[in-house]
Every structure is written in C-alpha cells, then in structure tokens.
Unconditional design. Structure first.
Length: 486
C-alpha cells in the first residue's frame, strides 16, 4: 500500500515547468486585458490554469498512467465547462464590479499593477491549488475506496456547479424575472450552489491525491475553502449585494449562505446568527441585585464562549458603580475555526451608562465577520435618541437593553438590541426550576425561556436569590451556544 505522504513520487521539476506555463498564460491574458480595458477575463482563465498546469506536468514529467488520464479527464470536464460558461455569461457585460473596485483602489497605473495584482496572483494561486491534481497524476496506485470517495465528491461538486449555473442562466433569460432574486432549484437550498460545488469538487481532487500519496497537499483545498468563504467568494460577493438587489436581504434570511440546507420560514437561524444575538445581549449590565451592596463598587465578569462545547472566544466586561449610576465596559473577541480556517470572526467593544434602572447612554462598535455596526444613544428632552447606520429614532424616556441584573426584564414586551440599535419584541415562553451546573457544583436554578424577536430562543438561569448564572441558545441549525462564567 502506497504511503499517503509519498513525496518521492512527485516531480518538482515538472511542477515548476507547469508554473512557468501558467505565468506565460497569465501574461498573455494581461496583454489582452490592456486592449479591452477589462481584467474580468481572468475569471475565464482561472479554471483553464488548472488544466494547463496538469497537462504541462504530465508532458514534462512523462506521467501518462491510468490515474493521470483519469485526473486529466475530470479536470478537463470541470475546467472547460466552467471557462466556457463564464465566458458566455460575461460576454458584452463589461468589467465586473468587483474588478472595477480593485481598479479604483489601485490607481494610478492599475494597467501595470494588474499584471501582478490580478493575473500573476491568480496564476500563483492556481498553481498552488492545482498541486493535488499533479500529485494524483504522479502514481499508478491501484484504485481504492479513497479514489471512489474522491470521485463521488467531484460528482457532487460538478453537479452543483453545472446545474446551479444552468438554473441561474435560465432564470435570467426570463424577462419577467428582471430585478428579482433567484430562489429556485438549488438556489433554494444555498445562496451559492456554484461556490459550494467548487468547494466540494476541490476536496474531491484532494482525496484522489491522497490515494496517490499526496496527502501533503492538504493546504490546497484549505486555501480554496478560505478563498471561497472569506475572500473572493461569498464574503466579497455579498458585501453590497443587498444594495444592488433589494430582495436579497429577505432571501438571505431564509436560505443558507453556503452549505445546502432546508429553507427556513423566517430569518436565518444559522449558527452565528444566534451567536451574534446572544453576544449583543451580554452587553448590558448583567449582574445580580443581590451583590450590589454599598461596598461593592466595581465588578468584573469573564465568560468563555462555547459552540458545541468548542471554545471560540471570550467576553469580558467591567461594571463601575457610583451611587445610582452604573457604567459598563464590554469587550468581546470570538473566532470560529475549522481545520485552521477561520469561518467567522467577531469583535465588539461597548460602553453603557445606567441610572435609576434606565439606560442613559450607549456607544458600541462591532465587526461581525466584516459587517460593521455602530450604535450611539443618549437621553434627550423628548426621549432616548438612538442612531445606527445613519438612521435616528426616538424611544421612551426609560428603556432597557437585555438587563439580566433585573430578572423582571423578562416580562418586558420590548427591549433595545445594543448591536443594531433596534427594538426587539420579547416574549416569555416557559419557566421551570431545575438542576444547573455552576462550576463543580450542582444547584437549583430558575430557567426562563424567552423568544427574542422571533429570531432565537434563549434560556436564562437564575439562582433562587435572583443571581444570574447562565445562558444558552440552540439556533435552528442544531448546534448549541453557551456562555460559561470563568
């Protein structure tokens, strides 16, 4: 049985010849783009770079066994189809808005800079990510179950890419769909079936490499996963799509962003929607009235944040008290990673002032995976004035965020979401007394379940004396999120 880390079979001299071929191809594309004043043609070249890299590697290294021909066939089907589709789709459309933004941000002399910013970078990335193909073509190891799994993933990937593209093209051809958002077929289950297909297909190529001793190329599918999820794929495409397509926001609330899933009847309940909401709830001065004696002027709380019992970050806030006035400083830092890839990053800092049980002032800033929020509010003559994203609204004189220090907040019909500056409808749906694990001790605690705006249900635990000790939620994707007091 061949080793899964078989470096010796890989022909590095042929691989670097393939890199030279890609650089030449990139320069040719760059020269064409100068005449057309359109660097979007690199999208049509992207998949062809993989095919060129593999074909040159096979020719330069004399790799023509059955496995190499199989890999070449799979790569050719994917590469030629994708390049042809993108070329047809982009014909006559001018430069893509993503590249227009890159062009605007790299003036002056973008024409020259695009040689390395766009074309050279794409060639280097394509070569690195194509290394599993090259490794897979380097061996004639007998066909096994890992190969079968790799081909199965490739099949799923090409299906999502090809069918998703065909469905979208058919949708756009219908004049009655002008201005509408595609939410049919595969697009009903994922907002990006083509990106999911690319993701699955590339991991299929990697498994074929694993079967040939190329497990060392694991960095390649990880790179493409990161690019699709965080850089040039989902994140970049959805950066301003809601502004360009008014119906997209509602579509996003009911459809998974990447991995296919059952359509939702309401707002998106994916893992980090619940996490974001729960994090915003913790920004209020959540501490027990039982501990607020005159000698305890300052309190500091630290929480570990766990998703499915996996530590993803921490939340720390400090409360200072002067008479009836309380100030709260809060810092949150969360990062969700899988296989060393960061899928979600969340940073928050806020300051609040409370007096006589009412919010008097708030200022917060949040970076939720690249989506920025800023909220400012203060009590004025006509009520509490709060501003966020250029919108200003006036609320009642005495308002509250999710103030866990006072269990009575649970019965309030509306509360202020400190992240968005919006009012949230709140409804108490259940309350029980049950055992609760507080560190190494089991205690009896009162559990309240509240529905926050119909977006997520939150469980909150208090001791019989009214001390808040825990919170958890389970977004409807089946995962769980907990805050654990250190």
């Amino acid at each position: 049985m061949a080793s899964w880390m078989q470096f010796s079979a890989f022909d590095w001299s042929a691989a670097f010849i393939a890199l030279g071929a890609l650089i030449t191809f990139a320069i040719a594309g760059w020269l064409i783009s100068l005449g057309r004043k359109d660097v979007s043609i690199v999208d049509s070249m992207w998949s062809l770079m993989f095919l060129i890299s593999l074909a040159v590697y096979m020719s330069a290294g004399d790799h023509h066994g059955w496995r190499a021909l199989l890999i070449l066939s799979l790569a050719a089907i994917w590469s030629i189809r994708l390049s042809a589709y993108i070329t047809w789709r982009n014909h006559g459309e001018g430069e893509d808005h993503r590249y227009q933004e890159i062009r605007a941000n790299n003036q002056p002399n973008f024409e020259f800079k695009s040689l390395y910013i766009v074309f050279g970078l794409q060639a280097l990335l394509a070569w690195l990510i194509s290394l599993p193909l090259l490794a897979a073509a380097s061996s004639d190891h007998p066909f096994g179950w890992v190969d079968a799994l790799g081909i199965a993933l490739w099949t799923v990937g090409i299906y999502f890419e090809a069918i998703g593209d065909a469905q979208l093209a058919r949708f756009k051809r219908d004049p009655s769909n002008s201005g509408k958002v595609m939410n049919q077929g595969l697009w009903r289950y994922t907002r990006h079936p083509n990106y999911f297909g690319e993701f699955t297909l590339q991991w299929g190529f990697f498994l074929l490499a694993v079967a040939a001793g190329g497990a060392w190329t694991i960095f390649a599918p990880m790179m493409i996963s990161f690019l699709l999820l965080r850089v040039s794929g989902v994140t970049l495409l959805e950066k301003d799509i809601s502004e360009r397509r008014p119906g997209y926001r509602e579509y996003a609330q009911t459809t998974n962003a990447f991995f296919p899933g059952r359509p939702k009847s309401g707002p998106d309940h994916a893992l980090f929607i619940g996490l974001l909401l729960c994090t915003s709830l913790f920004w209020s001065p959540s501490y027990s009235e039982a501990t607020q004696d005159s000698e305890q002027q300052n309190l500091e709380w630290n929480f570990d944040v766990l998703v499915d019992d996996k530590l993803v970050g921490n939340h720390r806030f400090v409360i200072n008290r002067e008479g009836n006035k309380r100030t709260v400083s809060s810092i949150t830092d969360l990062e969700y990673r899988v296989l060393f890839i960061t899928f979600y990053n969340y940073e928050h800092e806020s300051n609040e002032t409370w007096e006589e049980g009412c919010l008097r002032e708030i200022k917060s800033s949040t970076d939720a995976n690249g989506k920025l929020y800023e909220v400012e509010g203060s009590l004025g003559a006509d009520g509490f004035v709060v501003s966020s994203k250029g919108e200003t609204s006036t609320l009642a004189n005495c308002i509250s965020t999710f103030a866990y220090w006072n269990p009575d907040f649970i019965n309030a019909p509306q509360l202020l979401n400190a992240q968005t500056g919006k009012i949230v409808d709140v409804e108490l749906t259940e309350q029980t007394v049950e055992a609760f694990s507080l560190g190494n001790e089991m205690i009896q605690a009162r559990r309240y379940r509240i529905d926050a705006g119909g977006e997520v249900e939150i469980d909150i635990w208090y001791t019989p004396e009214g001390r808040w000790v825990g919170l958890a939620t389970q977004p409807r994707d089946g995962r769980s999120l907990r805050y654990v007091l250190q």
